[in-house]
Design a protein around this ligand. Structure first.
Ligand SMILES: *Cc1c(COP(=O)(O)O)cnc(C)c1O
Length: 217
């Protein structure tokens, strides 16, 4: 009941243009099913192996999002079903996703991960790298991927002003990319601790784990 209530409270507070990814990493299937039964259909995982296992145990009308840092050699395990890959940070990775998607005769949606945090530990491209990539013709031959937008993670800090400034950087990056690719639609930013601020700054997709499922151990 706790998960269901958390989810319903969260969903009723969200503007209709903001999608909710329920981040279920480390959580058992019965927790995911409680969210599913409450109507949740988008789940996010950060490890390919774990996502594949859960995919096999869960109903088939779920959209699975890979939100973690992704190694190229793991793409093949989820290419059959993954709906959106948030953490794409290189052309090499995009090429591999395209290749694996092609094998399954499908298109895989991707977000470019942009490094907005000050910390060294967060992955991603610079806004300039992303701009150059979309301006180049490197993507012309990749017919089995669609880039739908950007994803970013703010610094792990209590400094609201810094987090706000990082979210704004991501939104500005998105706006610049959208002038080149008008079809872009997703700004994936905001987690349990900072999603209201992310929405204020232009998020269209939040990724909430502990706020729905409780703390991870
Ligand atoms: C774990 C994770 C989240 C969710 O974090 P919470 O603080 O539990 O909401 C969001 N995005 C990414 C990339 C994550 O790895």
């Amino acid at each position: 009941m706790r998960i269901k209530n958390n989810l319903i409270d969260l969903k009723t507070s969200l503007p209709s243009h903001v999608a909710l990814v329920a981040v279920s990493k480390t959580k058992p299937i019965d927790n995911l099913m409680e969210a599913y039964d409450a109507g949740q259909r988008i789940f996010g995982e950060n490890k390919v192996q774990e996502m594949v296992e859960k995919y096999h145990h869960m109903p088939k009308d779920i959209q699975w999002h890979m939100i973690g840092h992704l190694q190229r050699n793991k793409v093949k395990y989820m290419a059959e079903f993954v709906d959106l890959i948030h953490g794409v940070d290189s052309l090499k990775l995009l090429s591999e996703i395209n290749k694996q998607a092609q094998k399954h005769h499908r298109t895989i949606n991707c977000l470019l991960q942009i490094k907005i945090a000050q910390e060294d530990s967060k992955f991603g491209m610079t806004p300039d790298d992303a701009l150059s990539l979309l301006q180049s013709n490197a993507l012309d031959s990749l017919n089995n991927i669609t880039i739908l937008g950007v994803m970013g993670m703010a610094s792990f800090t209590a400094n609201k002003r810094q987090i706000r400034s990082e979210f704004k950087t991501l939104k500005h990056c998105f706006d610049a990319l959208k002038t080149i690719c008008p079809a872009l639609e997703i700004v994936s930013m905001g987690m349990s601790g900072d999603y209201p601020l992310a929405i204020e700054c232009g998020s269209t997709m939040i990724r909430v784990g502990s706020g729905i499922f409780g703390a991870r151990h």
